[in-house]
Design a protein around this ligand. Sequence first.
Ligand code: FRU
Length: 489
Amino acid sequence: SLYSETYRPQFHFSPKEKWLNDPNGMVYFKGEYHLFFQYHPQGTTWGPMHWGHAVSRDLIHWEELPIALYPDEHGAIFSGSAVVDWKNTSGFFEEGNGGLVAIYTSAGTYPDSDRPRQRQSLAYSFDHGRTWEKYEGNPVLSDEDITDYRDPKVFWHDGSGRWIMVLATGQTITIYTSPNLIDWEFASEFGQEEGAHSGVWECPDLFPLMVDGNPDYVKWVMLVSIGDNSDFKEGSRTQYFVGDFDGKTFINHHGADTLLWLDHGRDNYAGVSWSDIPEKDGRRICLGWMNNWRYANQVPTETWRGAMTLPRELTLISNADGVQLLQKPVSEISGIRKESKVTKAIEVTEEASLMDVNHELVEVNLAVTLKEAEEFSLTIHHSSDEKTSIRYNRINQLLTVDRTQSGEHAFSDSFAAFSECPVALMEDTLNLQLFLDSSSLEVFAQGGRGVLTNLIFPKGTNTTLSLTSRGGVSKVEELSVTELSSIWG
Ligand code: FRU
């Protein structure tokens, strides 16, 4: 039955049926978190895009609502954002009222040709996002010279009293400003010389964050997703930049050649952040599409295809290399925690120590010290012949998630692979937080300094953990295994 199919995520959002890709239009309004998404209601592979819709009151439990935006005479509805137009700058709402405005890409073709034409359009809602009116003056922004011209992310910038749009324009990000969401003016272009250019740039975001929680030290983060390029084993992935923004121009503070990846796993793409989170909350919350264009159309699910990552809080900390982005699962995840089994202090040797978990849905928190040990590993056995391993190598300071033997993988040559993330020990200790759902494993290391998000397709659901150490003893200081409940009622 619905939500109990093989591989169906139990605590991540996925559509009841059919194809999903990017998260879109994430906005908080009147007690609800909205999550729109790229949706193809006629098939389980990518096709003419609509905006699907779901809402949540806690970022964890989702209710899927009817489709929000359908293709029209301007084309399909590609990715974009939504804002609360509190001051009714657009004039779409009654005097003195604000409301939700969506800014998306209309993806069609030029008249009498197949050349793609991507332009930016608006829609607005009088009923908390349930139904939408398309603006009669659509499209509001176009540029005949640029073919890849899409994924507008819009936010209000207090300093300049203007709306700001960041738009993916080929392999750069173009910034536009507007007083009213309707009339847009070019401000600047970022990225010709910076970051990774192995594919088309997509789904940008730009937002300020305090560094080390200091309100007097604020930096701007730009997220940019990069499309698949077969020369790179990673497929599609998301990079980020840290710098300053003055209302017109973004200045990157890392070197032009510095590449910063949001996630070192294979399956976190097109992620952007929620708009209009109340000031008293103050968090910057982001989620991504938990998939990879390399094999997204082939992953082995039958009635639906595609899911989102857990929502994550983003923060910045300063370290020796400058400023670094951290990701942690939102604290609301506590709402689905059931019983925990806590194990204290175990000495781990070459002889694997085993623990039955017996649940399919688990969170594992682990602190381990590696003084002489060269490598510590935690293996999740899904069944007698399916396992996913997480290894930390103290010599090269790499955390590896190995899904080569996790389960089904024949649907793509690129799937059976391992992913690696540089992670430094802190006082000889490695802290890991893992979330295992029926077809994904999210690994947060050192409080969110290193993140690996990966799909896995194990048939077995009877989880056992084993711990091993190579080249010396590792000491597990703390290990807790918490059963999680399904969000699907
Ligand atoms: C990113 C993306 C966007 C585009 C959408 C189309 O995954 O390619 O650039 O708007 O998907 O579905």
